[in-house]
Ligand binder design. Sequence first.
Ligand code: GLC
Length: 446
Amino acid sequence: MANLGFTPTQLSARAAYLLRGNDLGTMTSAAPKLYPHMWSWDAAFVSVGLAPLSVERAVIEMDTLLSAQWTNGMIPHIVFANGRDGYFPGPARWECAKLAAHAPTTADTSGITQPPVHAIAVQRILDQSRRRGRTTRAVANEFLDRRWGDLVRWHRWLADARDPGGRGRITLFHGWESGMDNSPRWDAAYENVVPGADLPPYTRADLTHVADLTMRPTDLEYDRYLWLVEQMKRVNYDDALLPDVMSFAVEDVFVSAIFAVACDVLATIGEDYSKPRADVRDLRAWADRFRAGVVSATNERNGIARDFDLRAGRWINTETIAAFAPLLCGGLPRDRERTLLRIFEGPRFCGHPDLRYAVPPSNSPIAANFKPREYWRGPVWPVITWLFSWAFARRGWPERSARLREEGLRQAQDGAFAEYYEPFTGEPLGSMQQSWTAAAVLDWLD
Ligand code: GLC
């Protein structure tokens, strides 16, 4: 790594210091101001970053999240920190404790879910613990024993409640469930969401924390987000009724790929730690089903993956990072995979000649709807770079993985640990001090 402002030791010390600063005790806020609570997939990535610092603290993070799991198995997308305000929609808007039969009574949560990356965190916790002494190993093993059932229930809920037809793809009823809130992937599906005149009034909190409002979703987008929450509330967040009442329903190919690989990761853990054979068998079966679901959502020529809009009954053709879902979970025929890798590394994505760093932008710089500063419509998200570098290492592509890591670390040299970055200039955008960005750096430097 040439040209560095920080040594690796300095950079990882800064990242560790950031996580310490965002630590609320038993949860790490996703970011200090904009996201003062625990987000589900953030918490998993944060645990990946915490594990090399303290396996014990990483376990606490996952325990906090899993303690807020719904009794139907869903891990909610937000666990609200006690007594913390400053985020909308908060518990008073979601009203889960009052309406949802499955919501926990001990924690306030949102009523939707987020991508299932948690098995990756569990794997990292166990791997790190094996590099430590006996006491730490015991903490990790005890954590796995205590939470194994919860983790399997989480995966079972996704496979059952979110893929009732067994198509091998996870259905989302809110764009936020994708973790890529305002991605162009969802634009067409959101057009079908028409906020009623009875949408209760609200004040956005996000706009007070970001200086440049054009980096955030618009007010109309926000009305739609909240209208979907109203639709869920009207059926008391009942899994069985959501497919009938929600005006937004999409099969997310990226979440499905994450789920496939997460099922494999969990199954391997189950084998290594002698968990019930029936669980391992289910996990492998879901991995196969969802891998096949992802592959069947790809373009036959180039392997590009597409989401499916269930309301419109059609494939969604956009040029976002989700196109590369099959690279995460595998399953494509060789030649198609090679073509897809070439697109990933070529001028439509990481190899675009004007990119500051060779990392994948959230939307292709040559797409008509590319917006270099706007949230999931173009910027580079370091956590996504990390996810691909992790997956590529797992797929047996160490050079590709190392390249993403190197470029990701070059980008992190600004020390801002930003939520996302302008792809051409490298300007840090959105929230600074974002926990999962620090976590990615910690894992890369471990
Ligand atoms: C934004 C992102 C989402 C993330 C959350 C907290 O809503 O779109 O993926 O989990 O912020 O960081």
